[in-house]
Design a protein around this ligand. Structure first.
Ligand code: ZN
Length: 124
């Protein structure tokens, strides 16, 4: 499944990981957390393993695996469309609403922290 990781994939992975971490830290402060182990995926992406609750771990795992297998990356001349316009959305079913919630919450936090550069692509 793993392919050569380009910088765009890596940037998206860092962003997702960071957003889920912020959300989990604030919203799930009462839950038990452990470092996310993704069987080498995080290492391949050179993303630091965040401490997350079970629910957030599953979301992050799902997101990263889907991002790594995105069909747009292997199409010459094609680039991945923004989430809203994508014909191959990474998130479906239970993950879709949850990831929206996470991005809305953490996105606002990052805007307030002046990190709008990190998030612009996720909201349009
Ligand atoms: Zn959580």
């Amino acid at each position: 499944m793993l392919k050569v990781v380009n910088s765009r994939i890596r940037r998206d992975a860092v962003m997702l990981s960071r957003m889920v971490e912020i959300y989990c830290l604030d919203q799930h402060s009462d839950r038990e957390k452990s470092a996310v182990g993704l069987k080498g995926v995080l290492e391949t992406l050179e993303v630091e393993s965040p401490n997350l609750c079970g629910q957030c771990s599953r979301l992050l795992t799902h997101g990263l695996v889907k991002r790594l297998s995105c069909p747009f990356d292997s199409m010459p001349g094609k680039t991945k469309p923004r989430c809203k316009h994508c014909s191959e959305p990474c998130y479906s079913g239970e993950y879709r609403n949850f990831v929206k919630q996470v991005m809305r919450y953490s996105g606002l936090r990052l805007i307030r922290a002046g990190r709008i550069d990190l998030i612009w692509k996720y909201f349009f």
